[in-house]
Ligand binder design. Structure first.
Ligand code: DGJ
Length: 732
């Protein structure tokens, strides 16, 4: 059994293949976190704990014993007002103005099947679920904390449900998904920060005393910070060392925090951001938090990432079913921007014939009278100036040239210059009578309002019903300001941003289940909403508007810390690169993009015959490894964040290995070449050390042990931005 309860010690033990997570009901009926780490046999860890009595740590009510303080015990789901001064997981206010909570164990249940989280995306399946019910004896407020174990991937998910079992209104102002107290602060904090065009850069720093918070307040998970944090032993690297990782299946405001206290212990937390949030619960109502995904790795960051990748590939909405590689796409955005018409599109589509591309995606500019980004969002009918006969001739042209058709939409937005806004100005998020902010000349629709969600279900649904569309690119090009809803009463205004996400999930759930054959790609000015909440509905996301292959090394490396490479879309674009002007070899652009969901973002008409032939070769070679990208285990070998030019190591390398270790695909990219640098050897990972592998590109055999322990030498004569790939097959 992956979850056991020892009644003598009142201990819960949650086991995965390599890890254990243990907590118990302590004196005073408080939940006490005991252990999270390598797997243990069933154990009583009572002997491990010495609570050092100290001044200024108040006793809990009814006790005077010096060590009986909530300030000192490692808590499982901490609360406010009764002696624990660290950050709580939950805060609530009662109608008499009290904010005091004292959550004690009431009961528990071990369930064979995990109940879904209402209205929220979450992992399915799981090997067992534990629900522990806590209650505040004075008010009766109830909190149910839930844990689900995913044994094979060493993952435990957590969420909480606050139930108003009182007979008056309760306002919940903080409800995190998970909180874990670790017994030391000897960790590095790792996060993924960034900006538009520079998403998910790896940031690693030693944990300090006090609160360290990674968060979004933008109404989206954001380019600026990803909903993820890891605490890693200072010596942990890709292959060794302890790492605790946490992410959230949520796409809105989040908080991921580590707080090291005066006793040098660490509270690690993740959940909905309490900033500008509160939720009114009428008697009998519940509030359910998003789901947190936690994993422990004793084998460094590489294993942490593979645990996340595996659980997402096997249990996360439409990411599941990884035996189906994503289609190879060509998108017209960087080829034409807004400047196209039917003839131009047809010529572009015809030029793709024979190149091995599956789907043509028509990007922004096809609707309303959208000739630039100042207009028409919300008017999801065809721009007759550009496409006088509608989408049909373009779709027919795709079919005639052996491709499917995809379409860009940005349903969450509205332009002031649109029929939709003129009809429903109150459907935008803003406050009547107050000047409001525009972002990219547009406003955000108020998805907390059911009538807005219903309108979008109908409008986007009709577009999909009336046209033969196999792919939707769902964009979102600004963050939320003017956080005010004309649809909510005054005392529910702080619910707006979470209600927005619930409305969006409702909309996406409806469309993806009504149109299961359509592949949805998420996008938010590139990778501004790259999170597990979006991936649940849209199994791939445009990773960044920065399509330069060298910039993408860092962006894709950082993204891979949490998300499977197949969830990133990456396209070969033209040079000089449109975002930063860099010129990189076509082969390098191909290999970087092939390490994800592959495609093109250029105009084949502007290419030479030679370059067109290279595209045909590239799509064929992607097809030969796309199953590895989709289903293989991903290993990061050389970090673009740690390059040392003088050591000839200003580079990046990674590889995919098939589940049976029989095949592998490795990519090596040199950034800047350095004369006179020592020979570079890259140690491969994940192979069978006893096996012999043939490397096609070198036409030579190597031992798995040789490749992993001695390494593979890269050639001397490489130039700036050059890349190599190695395709390995086990012999015999
Ligand atoms: C931002 C996206 O990331 C781009 O790929 C493109 O779709 C533009 N929006 C279109 O406005």
């Amino acid at each position: 059994m992956p979850i056991t309860y020892q009644s003598e010690t009142r201990t819960f033990q949650l086991d995965t293949a390599h890890t254990s997570y243990i907590f118990r009901v302590y004196k005073g009926n408080y939940l006490f976190h005991e252990y999270w780490g390598r797997r243990l046999r069933p154990v009583d860890l009572t002997r491990l704990f010495r609570t050092c009595p100290t001044g200024f740590s108040p006793n809990w009510a009814g006790s005077t014993a010096p060590d009986e303080s909530l300030d000192l015990i490692p808590a499982e789901y901490p609360f406010y007002g009764t002696g624990d001064y660290r950050s709580p997981a939950v805060e609530a206010a009662f109608s008499d103005g009290s904010r005091l909570l004292d959550l004690k164990y009431v009961s528990h249940a071990i369930l064979p099947a995990k109940p879904p989280l209402p209205g929220l995306p979450s992992l399915d399946g799981g090997d067992a679920t534990l629900e522990v019910t806590l209650a505040d004896p004075t008010t009766g407020l109830t909190v149910v904390v839930s844990y689900t174990v995913y044994e094979d991937s060493d993952v435990i998910t957590r969420h909480a449900r606050v139930v108003n079992t009182t007979d008056d209104i309760v306002r919940v102002s903080r409800a995190l998904s998970a909180s874990v107290d670790l017994p030391s602060m000897d960790y590095d904090l790792i996060g993924l920060y960034g900006a538009h065009l520079r998403e998910r850069q790896v940031d690693r720093r030693p944990l300090r005393h006090g609160m360290q918070a990674l968060e979004s307040r933008r109404g989206a998970s954001s380019h600026q910070m990803n909903p993820f944090l890891a605490l890693a032993a200072p010596n942990a690297d890709e292959t060794a060392g302890e790492v605790y990782g946490a992410t959230l299946i949520y796409s809105g405001n989040f908080l991921a925090a580590a707080e090291a206290d005066g006793f040098c212990t660490t509270r690690m937390q993740i959940g909905l951001n309490p900033f500008d949030f509160s939720w009114k619960l009428e008697p009998g109502e519940s509030f359910v938090t998003p789901e947190a995904v936690l994993t422990y790795s004793a084998e460094g960051l590489g294993r942490m990432s593979r645990n996340f990748h595996r659980v997402f590939r096997e249990h996360l909405g439409r990411v599941k079913g990884t035996d189906r590689p994503n289609p190879i796409v060509i998108n017209n955005w960087e080829a034409t921007y807004f400047d196209f018409d039917e003839e131009k599109l047809k010529a572009l589509i015809q030029s793709c014939r024979g190149l091995g591309i599956d789907t043509f995606v028509l990007d922004d500019g096809w609707f309303g009278h959208r000739d630039n980004d100042t207009t028409s969002l919300g008017d999801w009918f065809v721009h007759r100036g550009k496409l006088p006969d509608g989408l049909k001739p373009v779709i027919d042209c795709c079919r005639e040239n052996g491709m499917k058709f995809g379409l860009w939409v940005e349903p969450e937005m509205v332009s002031e210059d649109s029929e939709l806004y003129r009809a429903h100005p109150d459907w935008a998020i803003r406050q009547e009578g107050r000047p409001f902010c525009l972002g990219r000349n547009q406003l955000v629709l108020d998805l907390s309002r059911p009538e807005v969600v219903a309108y979008l279900k109908e409008t986007i649904g009709r577009l999909l019903e009336e046209n033969d569309i196999s792919y939707i690119k769902w964009d979102m090009n600004r963050h939320i300001t003017d956080q005010y809803s004309a649809g909510l009463p005054a005392d529910r205004q702080p619910e707006l941003l979470h209600r927005y996400m619930l409305g969006l999930y409702d909309l996406l759930g409806d469309l993806t289940s009504r149109f299961p054959q359509v592949v949805f790609e998420g996008c938010s000015g590139g990778g501004g909403r790259f999170d597990a909440g979006m991936l649940y509905y849209m199994p791939q996301t445009w990773t960044s508007d920065n399509s330069d292959a060298i910039e993408r090394l860092k962006i894709q490396w950082g993204t891979s810390l949490v998300y499977p490479p197949r969830c990133m879309t990456a396209h070969v674009s033209a040079v000089p690169n449109h975002q930063i002007g860099r010129v990189t070899p076509f082969g390098t652009r191909g290999l970087v993009a092939m390490s994800a969901s592959f495609g093109y973002e250029l105009n084949p008409l502007s290419l030479s015959e030679e370059e067109r032939a290279a595209i045909a070769e590239q799509t064929a070679s992607y097809r030969s490894v796309s199953d590895l990208v989709a289903q293989g285990d991903f290993y990061r070998l050389a970090s673009p964040f740690e390059g040392r030019a003088e050591a000839g190591a200003d580079d990046a390398a990674w590889m995919f290995v098939s589940p049976d270790r029989g095949r592998a695909f490795m990519v090596y990219v040199l950034r800047l070449a350095t004369p006179g640098a020592p020979a570079r050897r890259i140690k491969l990972q994940g192979l069978d050390p006893q096996a012999v592998y043939h490397i096609d590109e070198l036409d030579a055999d190597f031992g798995g042990d040789e490749l992993m322990f001695a390494g593979l030498a890269t050639p001397y004569a490489m130039r700036d931005f050059e890349a190599l790939s190695f395709t390995l097959t086990r012999k015999g």
